[in-house]
Design a protein around this ligand. Structure first.
Ligand code: SAM
Ligand code: SF4
Length: 373
């Protein structure tokens, strides 16, 4: 087995901006920008390879933005270049994110034939009024039909993203969204509490009192309902926001982030972690491409974490996983905090590991802060 190494490629374009999203993504002004991006990303891949050499990728994840705006042709050029540079480990997991409205059966067939093994579709909700509040342009049924098309094209690994707690969403809307997502028989579901990101249209609408802010209690109720419903359908949680049918169906690329493995992030604003160094790229696609045309890496900043920062990060990230943390990885104060949290019912300590309970999952960040004392 090759040592884990992830390649992430960030595609910074969307057909339209969703009012809640603050990802580094732009509405392209023409096909020229997308072409410029692909050329630049290919240059970054080659430069990255010159730095790290043969290091077969165990996972590749093309995310965004909306990678499928590049079409199957663009995505396959990126993947082929990963394969020609770093190389792909045997059995590598190769995912692309996809927006339901920018894919069709032909796209999935081409991607599957070209080596992609997994697709992750942004569904968000099955309730038309919730999709409208989120500014989503697809109809409720399109995400489910896209997931079915992906399966028919031979994708065994299909994931759907859902968002809960959108203003105006009822308990019934959430139940129906879960049921609709499950009707497509995905082997993975990610469910995220709607987060109000500063600077987004959603934050402005809440400030102007056009929409109520999401309610913490309601979001906690929806999370518990999701966990029950997904578990009953055979999908079990393995990370706070992620449920999968079995180990193979998990997103191993994301697991690499939670376990602080190494990865190279290609694309505007992408972050990387290699050789104990973390760095992040220039965010604007034009600046990113210009730097690469000069044959320089498009790095905006870098940092080397202190041992204390690394320990804090290992607790914050590792606790998100169902397997939890080794008790022995905590400081003495951290072990005492874990014992306190166990008496409060927010963690269990079992076989030398600290693991979140369902109640603890609702307060994961607070528990992690206690344990990293
Ligand atoms: C980068 S998007 C990729 C998928 C694709 N662009 C789409 O939206 O269909 C990844 C996921 O992040 C989630 N997301 C983005 N912004 C969020 C927010 N403010 N609160 C909760 N989830 C969010 C959505 O579920 C989205 O599908
Ligand atoms: S949620 Fe997805 S489609 Fe919407 S703006 Fe963000 S990245 Fe683009």
């Amino acid at each position: 087995m090759a040592p884990p190494f992830g390649v992430y490629i960030h595609v910074p374009f969307c057909a339209a901006r969703c009012g809640y999203c603050d990802f580094n993504t732009y509405v392209p002004e023409g096909r020229g920008q997308q072409h410029e991006f692909v050329q630049a990303a290919l240059l970054e891949l080659r430069q990255a390879y010159a730095e790290v050499g043969d290091r077969p990728a165990t996972t590749v994840f093309i995310g965004g933005g909306t990678p499928t705006l590049l079409g199957a042709g663009g995505l396959l050029r990126l993947l082929d270049t990963v394969s020609d540079t770093f190389g792909l480990a045997a059995g590598a997991e190769i995912t692309t994110e996809a927006n339901p409205e920018s894919v069709d059966a032909g796209t999935f067939k081409a991607l599957r034939r070209g080596g992609f093994t997994r697709v992750s579709l942004g569904m968000q909700s099955a309730a038309p009024h919730v999709l409208r509040t989120l500014d989503r342009v697809h109809t409720p049924g399109r995400a489910v039909s896209a997931a079915l098309e992906a399966r028919e094209a031979g994708f065994e690994h299909v994931s759907l993203d859902l968002i809960y707690g959108t203003p105006g969403e009822s308990d019934g809307d959430w139940e129906r969204s879960l049921a609709a997502a499950l009707s497509a028989e995905p082997d993975h579901i990610s469910a995220y509490a709607l987060t109000v990101e500063q600077g987004t249209g959603l934050a402005a609408a809440i400030r102007r009192k056009e929409l109520p802010a999401p309610d913490d209690g309601e979001q906690a109720r929806r999370y518990i309902r999701a966990d029950e419903h997904l578990h009953a359908a055979g999908l079990d949680w393995y990370e706070l926001s992620s449920w999968a049918r079995d180990d193979e169906a998990r997103c191993h690329h994301n697991i690499g982030y939670w376990r602080s493995y190494e990865w190279w992030g290609i694309g505007p604003g992408a972050h990387s972690h290699v050789g104990g160094v973390r760095w992040w790229n220039l965010r604007r696609p034009a600046d990113y491409a210009a730097r690469l045309r000069e044959r320089r890496l498009p790095i905006a900043g870098r940092e080397v974490l202190t041992p204390e920062q690394l320990a804090l990060e290992a607790v914050m990230l590792g606790l998100r996983l169902r397997e939890g943390l080794k008790l022995s990885s905590l400081s003495e104060a951290g072990i005492r905090a874990a014992e306190d949290e166990a008496t409060r019912g927010r963690v269990v300590i079992c076989d030398g590991r600290v693991q979140l309970t369902l109640r603890g999952r609702l307060f994961a960040d607070a528990v992690a802060r206690e344990l990293s004392a």
